[in-house]
Design a protein around this ligand. Sequence first.
Ligand SMILES: N[C@@H](CCC(=O)N[C@@H](CS)C(=O)NCC(=O)O)C(=O)O
Length: 408
Amino acid sequence: MAIQDAVSNWEQLLETARKNTPARRVKRPGQAPSTAPIPSSLHKLPPDTKAPVLLYRDTNSWCPFCERVWFALEEKEIPFETEFIDLSNKPKWYTDLVPTTLVPGAKIEGKLVYESKDILLALEERFPTPALLPEDSEENAVARQWVEESETNGFRDIAYKFLREKVTDADELAKLQAEFEAKLDELEQTLGKYPGPYFLSNFSLVDILYSPHLDRLAANLPVYRQYHIKGNPRYPRINAWFDALNQRPAYHRVKSDNITNNLLLRRRWGVEPIGNPLPLDPAESEAIQFRAEAAERLSDNREAAIGDILRNSGVQALAVDGDVSAVQEVVDFHLRLLADYLINGNGEPLPGGRTGGKDGNTIDPKIAAIGAITLAYLRNRICAPRDMSAGAATAFRAAADKVLASLY
Ligand SMILES: N[C@@H](CCC(=O)N[C@@H](CS)C(=O)NCC(=O)O)C(=O)O
């Protein structure tokens, strides 16, 4: 298995990737998550100053309610620290601290606030600019009413019931779909009340309250209910709203990608897929900065990635006479191949045969099998924005597919 010299070493890969992306993360050795994003405004804090906000959020970055608070913090450019809470084993200090025991929680200049909506309102109060509620008093009153209604109008319950309820009866499912469509129609009407693509005249807390949920629904309904929000002519304003959100850098920092959302729904809620995932967005999978970010993340965090693959993918079953180090070498090689493809690939399939079969031109099936497990495992293991931005995760998955396709 003397294949390791066929691709650049990790140091070369990391250096090249870093030239093409400013994205960096903090490493958290031995902890979950193994890396964490750096808030875009943390550099604004004078040295040795405590950030004014501490956010308590879930370790996997799956929680839509946490995403709301993070979105506002990024929009308002508030420097903040994050404490990750393992929801499968919540620490006692957290359940003692927060009466609901749920995430998100926050300390705003030391004062505890919980419930995402209340945290958003408290941030608005303490950090009023840039404003996420209208200055005009009449519109402000409408905004505050919509903020409250976003939590009480039943949209979320009806939407997730349609998405997740285990229903086999077609009439029952049609009824749930009709109820959901009526709620989306209401949102479509509400979006028409003020000029521009957002709920109010400008981007606001109302957009933030809806975005994590509408994102998850738009990603998951095609897969689990064969129902489309994106591209559906019934909802032109909702589609324009998605397009407008897509223009916001803060949104790109905090959102998940479609596949993360799909995998989460199956793993967390046991819903069976009946349709195909939305196609990987070429604007993201082919963008140089996202490919570079994905390569940078993989190169920088390779030790954690390799450890995870060896422990959890099943690849160790291919070890001969218990020689795991030989397997590890091949895993390492395929990850470098992937990083190299992310940095230098031009979208064409990779030439086959480069993994060193007997005649130098065919693939050693064992090496290919280890490569396939490595790539397939990591393709579905990557989770945005826990490990990298949604754009980078999309580029990562597209590249993993390409390298996988070159193996056999
Ligand atoms: N109404 C709450 C909902 C928060 C919530 O449901 N958080 C979930 C994660 S998505 C949680 O903490 N779950 C842990 C548990 O149920 O123990 C809010 O808006 O903040």
